[in-house]
Write a protein that binds this ligand. Structure first.
Ligand code: PMP
Length: 357
């Protein structure tokens, strides 16, 4: 078996220790004589595992008591519509910082008025807008933001605050650093970057927001349903939640979110230094003050060189460096499970490729 250095944007690298733990337990989950994918989601063995997962996440993220944590399906994309379906009554404000917030705003427009509180769209989503450019209109129900812009490689460093509830898509930097959950009324994250396989979405919802749910929403699309039924209104994504459980243990065993953040700063520093020290051969897409710790986006002098870079890197076992199709260029996604060793291998390859070209 040969494992590669995996820089995929999502689904993406998972901790090797977690993969091994899942493998070791796959045929016999917790002495049930069955796999986790074979047991009933109504069994005590399942419920205990789900309860533990929520407890671990609550502890790691220090989620206040007046928030619920639930698991859903449908990916981040369902959340683009669902947040508005539940909470858009008059007007929704959007901090439009990337393709995914743009999509969320479009999806929400089916349910009410939407507008940009601020936007970096005209500049290729290359930066996070400054607070003095924010305009919140009257009758705004909430402001929606995306903490990390996976495609463009930008990330909020410090969160804004408003007089209205703040919603956040944390899909691509969830549990990569400590977060003050109390700044938000609603957080969601697709699992498939930092915490598990695709197919699970975690939502963290404040009770006071839940109480404001619109009435005319199908039951399965109400957040209230997931809260009232403790994520088991219908069959939950059992395997994904189980996998998240293992990742939560891994995080706890490795210094919690402070530990993750320390490693992520260190790792990103290595890759950005390779860009900044390249005499302009590699050009970062993100403005320096908006750089993401999770997704490092960059261009080479020509598209041909970019293609050669991606191909030669792959031959070295450095996988997944092609940029998103909407932006082009290159992208190294360096989520929690990507090691410092992997980032060093990438930086060394970047240096070598530059010298040869
Ligand atoms: N939000 C963000 C920040 C993302 O990066 C993505 C996908 N990579 C999505 C939402 C959409 O998620 P999904 O593919 O699960 O619908």
């Amino acid at each position: 078996m040969k494992r590669v250095y995996n820089f995929n944007a999502g689904p993406s690298a998972m901790p090797l220790d977690v993969l091994k733990a899942v493998q070791a337990e796959f045929l016999d989950f917790n002495h049930t004589g069955m796999s986790i994918v074979e047991i009933s989601h109504r069994s005590a063995a399942y419920q205990d595992m789900q309860d533990e997962t929520v407890g671990l996440m609550r502890r790691l993220l220090q989620v206040p008591d007046d928030y619920h944590i639930v698991f859903m399906q449908g990916g981040g994309s369902l959340q683009f519509a669902m947040h508005a379906m539940n909470f858009l009554k008059r007007r929704g404000g959007y901090l439009n910082t990337g393709v995914w917030s743009d999509k969320a705003m479009k999806a929400a427009s089916f349910f009410g008025d939407v507008y940009e509180v601020a936007s970096s769209k005209a500049d290729g989503f290359s930066y996070i807008p400054k607070a003095d450019t924010f305009v919140v209109q009257p009758d705004t129900d909430y402001v929606y933001m995306t903490s990390n812009n996976t495609i463009h490689g930008t990330e909020w460093h410090g969160y804004p605050s408003f007089d209205v509830p703040l919603f956040c898509d944390m899909s691509s930097d969830f549990m990569s650093q400590p977060v003050d959950v109390s700044k938000f009324d609603f957080i969601y994250a697709g699992a498939q970057k930092n915490i598990g396989p695709a197919g699970v979405v975690v939502a963290i919802i404040k009770d006071s927001l839940l109480a404001q749910t619109k009435e005319d929403v199908p039951v399965v699309l109400q957040y209230k349903t997931y809260v009232e039924h403790d994520s088991t209104y219908n069959t939950p994504p059992v395997f994904g939640i189980y996998f998240i459980n293992k990742v939560m243990h891994w995080l706890e065993d490795n210094g919690g979110l402070e530990g993750a953040y320390r490693r992520n700063v260190q790792k990103a520093g290595i890759v950005y230094a390779a860009i900044d020290g390249s005499d302009g051969f590699y050009r970062g897409h993100a403005a320096a003050d908006s750089r993401s710790l999770m997704n490092v986006t960059f261009n080479l002098p020509t598209a041909e060189l970019e293609a050669a870079f991606v191909a030669q890197a792959a031959e070295r076992g450095l996988i997944g460096l092609k940029g998103h199709r909407s932006l082009g260029g290159c992208r190294a996604s360096i989520y929690n499970a990507v090691t410092e060793e992997g980032c060093r291998a990438l930086a060394e390859f970047m240096e070598e490729f530059r010298k040869n070209h």
